[in-house]
Design a protein around this ligand. Structure first.
Ligand code: 1GP
Length: 249
């Protein structure tokens, strides 16, 4: 039987303690001014793990270098958030082993996964099975590349159906993704409906820039919020306010 590994256990423990956790997404294609200081600060502010990836990553050596810098400057777990085989690094702790459930291209549902699985095994990466659902109204890089027919915010019932399918397929996490830089984050209503219908933790990301938005999503039952762009544009101080808004002790 596939066991839950140490990184996934860290996420679950942190959720148990805090209710809703923060995951920082670092895209190696969009270098931050100072990655070493940034990851140190993120750890101090209470981020639970760092995700590394981006929809336009083309080189695994960039991923390797980013992962190594993060590992050298914090003790936070690093979880890969791959856009393809090039998103896999042997230096990470874990990988969100994901299927984009509403993509129209087989390569994003099971094709690349089949090619990547032996690499994940060879690198002894902890695979965290995740159903990935693209939602919302903004045409972001991920929606253009994946050819997903996004679930509109007006159809939370469809998001519910996909999330339930993820659970029944044995995935242990579900991710409602509005896309990096989305104009509007996932709606509270969609999060509430999805949370009410599944037993697996719901991750929400895309377009979260304000503490108020984070607070509302956490109150709606999201178990993890992912932010990327806000770190690139506003730095760690705004991220610290977002983490503070998650309602932890
Ligand atoms: C993208 O959900 C993440 O996969 C993060 O989105 O860059 O808008 O924070 P942002």
């Amino acid at each position: 039987m596939a066991k839950t590994g140490p990184t996934e256990k860290t996420l679950l423990r942190s959720i148990q303690r805090n209710g809703c956790i923060h995951l920082a997404l670092i895209d190696p294609e969009k270098p931050l001014e100072s990655l070493p200081e940034t990851v140190g600060e993120l750890q101090k502010f209470g981020t639970t793990a760092i995700m590394v990836g981006g929809s336009t990553v083309t080189s695994s050596s960039e991923i390797d270098a980013t992962v190594k810098t993060i590992k050298a400057n914090s003790s936070l777990p690093v979880i890969l958030f791959p856009n393809g085989l090039q998103g896999i690094s042997r230096f990470a702790d874990a990988i969100f082993f994901m299927s984009m459930l509403n993509s129209s291209k087989p390569q994003y549902i099971t094709g690349t996964q089949a090619m990547g699985a032996p690499i994940v095994k060879r690198f002894s990466l902890e695979a965290i099975p995740l159903g990935y659902i693209l939602v919302g109204e903004t045409n972001t890089a991920v929606s253009k590349i994946s050819g997903a027919e996004k679930v509109p915010y007006s159809r939370p019932d469809l998001a519910q159906a996909y999330a339930l399918a993820a659970q029944y397929l044995g995935m242990r996490w579900v991710y409602l993704e509005a896309g990096s830089g989305a104009e509007t984050p996932v709606t509270a209503e969609m999060v509430r409906k999805v949370v009410s219908s599944v037993e697996i933790p719901v991750i929400v990301g895309g377009g979260i820039r304000e503490p108020k938005q984070a607070e509302e999503l956490a109150k709606s039952g999201a178990k993890a919020l992912v932010t990327g762009t806000v770190l690139e544009i506003e730095g760690t101080s705004q991220v610290s306010r977002i983490i503070a808004a998650l309602g932890r002790e």
